[in-house]
Design a protein around this ligand. Structure first.
Ligand code: SAM
Ligand code: SF4
Length: 472
């Protein structure tokens, strides 16, 4: 039995997904159920810019939604696939791009591998349980061919236009700066619009990132935060022509004189590679604060969200990270009231929070985003229930955040002073764990990293006094 099958890279040859508008043709065989499924497939593909067309000729994406009941059903499908293959060749020959060909429905479910073998023109095979994964499968097929989804989305052009002079004067004068290294997302969590609005994952070449970081350091920046929708999926081209991981990039950034602190956000648990964990043990510049969203603590909800990992994998991952860097502060994102979330599922989220213990978190009540698979899932939760769950979750998260901050009292932490405070001569800076610290008589230390003795910690910030007037 087959749920989904994708063509290996070297055999792929379909539509130029970056071209818009995109035409979708679905041929439906069999019963009313298949008609309904075809409509659902059109719905999940609409956010990617696919509009239905009534003939296969000229279509960018053709789906044969098959039925196994009738005799010789498979033979009919193979004959149709032969015709589609020729249509694709004609389309390519007239310079109108290719055509992605998928087989869905019961024949796909029963004979997936056989179909791919017998008709190499087929790019995707999708069983009836996997239609919600179509956008994801299509994006991956496009990526395998070096294409991107979303015609008006061209991040490399945007960054190419950024000159070193513009970089040097960008974003004000402060000692901290954001540096975008990655954009887009291929994960397709069922609640999220990012894969549709930001397109496929794309990483800037390492040399461009390093050049920008050097320019920032030259103008006095001491801390950079590397940004990306899935920043730890970074795989930008290195100077050697091979892809670099985020860890490799961090080691190179740590060599830049003056750049003392490196942060990155936001990460996905599945991209938290061993070399990145090891970098946290090795690199003093890599700050011990990690924003690693989990969204939910119940395996069932994580599956419905298409997060691609379970609860225990996340908990074990946190344990491995803390083994490498025992003082690592963990921050998270949570969604409560996801469609189908039961009281029991929600208790699992609270339980996960108790096991992990967070230094900070963002938490939200699920809100349907039109066009995403979760928006039409059964079991949408009443707003009142969602809000009650949010209150309970936030009470626990705030309690953990407050204890984490209070536990710093009595310690001496290095603080990078970023700006003046509200009171005369007061300055505000950040600890390695990203906590804001208010310090009196410190406004002459802006832009410097200085040891600060922490006096007290509350929910949102710490108070401290200079342990030594000598910057590091
Ligand atoms: N890439 C990150 C990840 O994998 O967790 C998160 C990026 S997302 C743009 C930022 C946060 O917004 C998510 O972590 C999630 O908690 C929240 N969010 C996204 N879509 C949401 C929705 N439909 N309803 C409620 N919260 C949502
Ligand atoms: Fe991608 Fe994060 Fe959105 Fe999931 S939540 S689809 S990983 S951006």
């Amino acid at each position: 039995m087959t749920d989904t099958l994708e063509k290996p890279v070297e055999k792929a040859g379909g539509a130029p997904l970056a071209d818009a508008p995109k035409r979708l043709f679905i041929k439906t065989y069999g019963c009313q159920m298949n008609v309904y499924d075809s409509e659902r497939m059109a719905d999940v593909l609409r956010p990617l810019g696919y509009a239905p067309t009534d003939a296969p000729e000229g279509a960018d994406f053709v789906i044969l939604n098959t039925c196994h009941i009738r005799e010789r059903a498979a033979e009919k499908v193979y004959s149709e696939l032969g015709k589609l293959k020729q249509m694709r060749e004609r389309k390519l020959a007239r310079g109108d791009g290719g055509m992605t060909i998928a087989v869905a429905g019961c024949v796909a479910q029963a004979e997936g591998e056989e179909i791919m073998k017998r008709q190499p023109a087929v790019d995707l095979v999708v069983g009836p349980q996997a239609y919600h994964q179509l956008p994801e499968l299509l994006t991956r097929t496009a990526r395998a061919r070096g294409e991107r989804i979303g015609a008006d989305f061209a991040p490399h052009e945007k960054f190419d236009a950024l000159t070193p002079e513009m970089i040097a004067t960008r974003g004000g004068e402060g000692p901290t700066a954001f540096l975008t290294v990655q954009e887009g997302c291929d994960k397709f969590c069922t609640f999220c619009v990012v894969p549709y609005t930001r397109g496929a994952e794309w990483s800037r070449p390492a040399s461009a990132v390093l050049a920008e970081a050097r320019a920032l350091a030259d103008r006095g920046v001491r801390e950079v935060t590397l940004l990306g929708q899935n920043v730890n999926a970074y795989d930008g081209e290195g100077p050697d022509g091979k892809p670099w991981t985020l860890a490799k990039l961090a080691y190179a950034l740590a060599e830049i004189p003056g750049l003392d602190r490196i942060r990155y956000t936001t990460s996905h648990a599945n991209d938290m590679s061993d070399d990145l964990i090891a970098a946290h043990a090795d690199l003093e510049a890599l700050m011990p604060y990690l924003h690693l969203p989990v969204q939910a603590g119940s395996d069932r909800v994580l599956r419905l969200m298409n997060r691609k990992h379970g609860r225990q994998k996340y908990i074990d991952l946190i344990a491995r990270i803390r083994e490498a860097r025992p003082d690592m502060a963990i921050a998270g994102d949570f969604i409560v009231g996801f469609p189908g979330e039961t009281d029991r599922d929600f208790e699992d989220t609270l339980d996960l929070v108790r096991q992990v213990t967070y230094a900070g978190a963002f938490s939200f009540v699920y809100s349907p985003r039109p066009g995403t698979p979760a928006a039409t899932m059964p079991g949408q939760i009443e707003e009142k229930v969602g809000l009650e769950r949010l209150q309970r979750l936030q009470a626990l998260l705030f309690e953990q955040q407050t204890s984490f901050n209070a536990a710093q009292a009595g310690k001496t932490l290095n603080v990078l002073f970023e700006k003046k405070g509200r009171y005369d001569r007061q300055a505000i800076g950040r600890t390695p764990y990203l906590q804001a610290v208010h310090v009196e008589a410190a406004d002459h230390l802006l832009g410097q990293i200085v040891p600060v003795e922490i006096i007290s910690g509350a929910q949102n910030s710490l108070n401290g006094r200079l342990a030594s007037a000598n910057p590091i």
